[in-house]
Design a protein. Structure first.
Length: 282
């Protein structure tokens, strides 16, 4: 698979990304779903006080970013909600999480929601449709000058396709959209979307061949935390997949991931830092 590197359009990027990417081990993005129906922790943090307590806990455990989402984007069985409902879930909690002082990313595929979150101080946009679902997100990101996570996605899994080629083609389209509205390449992070629009085997392939995506010349984010593909290797429920999540994330880090998105922050931070320390002794 061959992918052309995008040409940078700015000499320096948003200050958030260089700080996150400058360490010898990947940054950890803690997952905070203020939703009733997310696949792993739906309903646990819908109460604002519980969401804020969980954010504080993840920060204490070493999270570098808190990723806040108010609409389930699980790859199967999620129900879409309106922007009004999404904002209703976010308004009691997101400003207080921003006030905790570490970068907050807004996990939304609606430009109206992203705009509001950025107004409240969110520092990163996390678009699970890679700028290809809501056409307003790309222009908004360009206007605000914030980093954006571009995730690969599909409406449904197709076991017959070459998933790595599909990911590469998707990213090429996303980067074309970004370039046309003036998003500089130093503000873009690519996410192969483990579990999204993929069979379990294709998710394993995307992790195994993650290094191929470095040809884009952009930072990579991987979120394999508690994903269903783990249960196809060892049968398990989401809360029983810590070992598989850490295994996937350590291999992702070895293959170039610079940000790891995880539910289990303390364990993930420990694993990544110990692995980095061992490599330094080699």
């Amino acid at each position: 698979m061959i992918a052309a590197k995008p040409s940078p359009t700015a000499a320096t990027g948003h200050p958030v990304l260089p700080a996150l990417l400058s360490r010898p081990y990947p940054a950890v993005m803690g997952v905070l779903n203020v939703t009733p129906d997310s696949f792993s922790d739906g309903g646990q943090f819908t109460a604002p006080e519980r969401a804020l307590a969980q954010a504080r806990r993840m920060i204490a455990e070493g999270a570098d970013i808190i990723d806040v989402g108010a609409e389930s984007t699980r790859p199967y069985g999620s129900e879409p909600i309106s922007a009004e409902e999404e904002l209703k879930r976010l308004q009691p909690v997101l400003p207080d999480i921003v006030a905790l002082g570490i970068p907050v990313s807004i996990d939304s595929m609606k430009s109206a929601v992203v705009a509001w979150a950025l107004d409240q101080g969110a520092a990163i946009t996390n678009d699970v449709w890679g700028l290809q679902r809501d056409s307003g997100i790309a222009g908004l990101v360009a206007e605000r000058g914030v980093p954006v996570i571009v995730m690969h996605n599909r409406e449904r899994a197709d076991p017959a396709i070459d998933i790595m080629q599909d990911i590469a083609d998707f990213f090429a389209r996303s980067l074309d959209i970004a370039a046309k509205v003036g998003i500089s390449s130093d503000k873009i992070v690519l996410d192969p979307g483990i579990g999204f629009g993929k069979t379990p085997e294709q998710s394993l392939t995307a992790l195994a061949r993650l290094g191929e995506l470095q040809s884009f010349g952009l930072p990579l984010l991987v979120g394999a935390s508690r994903k269903r593909f783990i249960s196809t290797v060892t049968p398990s429920e989401p809360h029983q997949r810590l070992g598989g999540s850490i295994a996937a994330h350590l291999l992702a880090a070895q293959n170039g991931a610079r940000i790891i998105r995880a539910h289990d922050v303390a364990e993930t931070v420990q694993a990544l830092r110990v692995a980095a320390a061992i490599r330094e002794q080699g």
